[in-house]
Write a protein that binds this ligand. Structure first.
Ligand code: HEC
Ligand code: CU
Length: 340
């Protein structure tokens, strides 16, 4: 008796957990809601998902209902004769082969059409490149020569065509409100169409397990108006401002020159030769509002935490603990904050 009650409680608790996992709506730090489309490509998926979901639900209710009714109506009772057997009834066998085949075909046609539509970009789409790294996303704007990270800035209302690849292992780019997920494959190129109806911030997450800090590999698409986009492009093309001699910012630039140039570019201070474990381009670091692949929001405390021991904050991070002193961290912070 007590054991039964315990088992029931355990089942209920498990169910509650599962359901809680699905309810991302309204929880501040989990805006990965694929049931809230904010652009034509996610809407295309949504428009396929709901009819299929309701057809599947109707079939489930019909089939399970028939099983339950059959089990109750035809259950064994003392003295009851065996119910009529229908095994080998050709008419029935054909019927329940043809009906599911028709249902599957009617789902398959729009699905295949949708897959084809979602995997080739429109001719006028704005081109960007997305490169996966353990554990951050790099973005390049080939028409502009811009190289940035974590936050992909796009013009709202316009299609963006991302050509994606990976520097190391499999990653997967997923902005639930804008499109489904798509792999980033080393040595191959995949395409992803992105479009947001309205300006806004759309959060994302690497959706393929890619090592220790996979869950901390986040992304964001920031859709802006056409005017803001033009201004953003112009600002990104500007080199970083040179700090005046003798200021804390200048001291920070010197620490950067001594300790960081192996992995990070700040135009016009240095240029890193492309290698496997480079870090993000820091020329306009402050524009992103995030640190370390969109995992920590920007704040002085978080930057100090990051610089003092990156792998402690983000397990396995390829930015090593450089044993920086507090003085160096303060100087770096002053300098990095000028990189807008
Ligand atoms: C051996 C290579 C390496 C060195 C040296 C290095 N970094 Fe990094 N850095 C990285 C990598 C890789 C990342 C991305 C880590 C991640 O998100 O998982 C990173 C991330 C960062 C970020 C976060 C950037 C963003 O947009 O998310 C900052 C800031 C940063 N590094 C500053 C520095 C500074 C300052 C120094 C010098 C004191 C430095 N790094 C030295 C490899 C390096
Ligand atoms: Cu990943």
């Amino acid at each position: 008796m007590a054991q039964n009650r315990l088992r029931r409680l355990f089942l209920l608790a498990t169910l509650a957990l599962v359901v809680a996992g699905c309810s991302v709506i309204g929880i501040p730090d989990s805006p990965l809601n694929s049931l809230d489309p904010q652009g034509p490509f996610s809407r295309r998926i949504d428009a396929l998902f709901w009819p299929v979901f309701w057809v599947a639900t109707a079939i489930f209710v019909l089939v399970e209902g028939a099983v339950v009714i059959a089990a109750i109506v035809f259950r064994d009772r003392p003295g009851r004769p065996e119910p009529r057997q229908i095994h080998g009834n050709n008419k029935l066998e054909i019927l329940w082969t043809v009906i599911p085949a028709l249902i599957l075909a009617s789902v398959a046609v729009p699905t295949v059409r949708g897959v084809i539509e979602l995997t080739s970009c429109g001719v006028d789409a704005y081109p960007v490149e997305i490169i996966g790294h353990q554990w951050w996303f790099e973005y390049r704007y080939p028409e502009e020569g811009i190289d940035t990270a974590t936050v992909l800035v796009i013009p709202a209302g316009r299609e963006v065509c991302a050509t994606m690849t990976s520097e190391d292992v499999l990653h997967n780019y997923w902005i639930p409100q804008l499109n489904g997920k798509r792999y980033l494959v080393p040595g191959q190129e995949t395409l992803l169409r992105l479009q947001a109806d309205e300006p806004g911030e759309y959060r994302g997450q690497c959706a393929e397990f890619c090592g220790l800090s996979h869950s901390l590999m986040r992304a964001e698409v920031r859709a802006v108006t056409e005017e803001e986009f033009t201004a953003w492009i112009a600002a990104q093309k500007e080199p970083a401002a040179e700090p005046a001699a003798g200021t804390p910012e200048a001291a920070g630039r010197d620490v950067f020159l001594n300790r960081c140039t192996q992995c990070h570019t700040i135009d016009p201070v240095n240029v890193v030769v492309e290698e496997a474990f480079n870090g993000p381009n820091l020329t306009h670091f402050m524009d992103r509002g995030w640190i370390a692949g969109g995992y920590l929001p920007y704040s002085r405390e978080n930057l100090a935490r990051w610089l003092s021991n990156p792998p402690d904050t983000k397990p396995g991070s390829y930015m090593p603990d450089l044993a920086l002193t507090q003085v160096e961290i303060d100087a770096l912070t002053a300098y990095l904050e000028t990189l807008r």
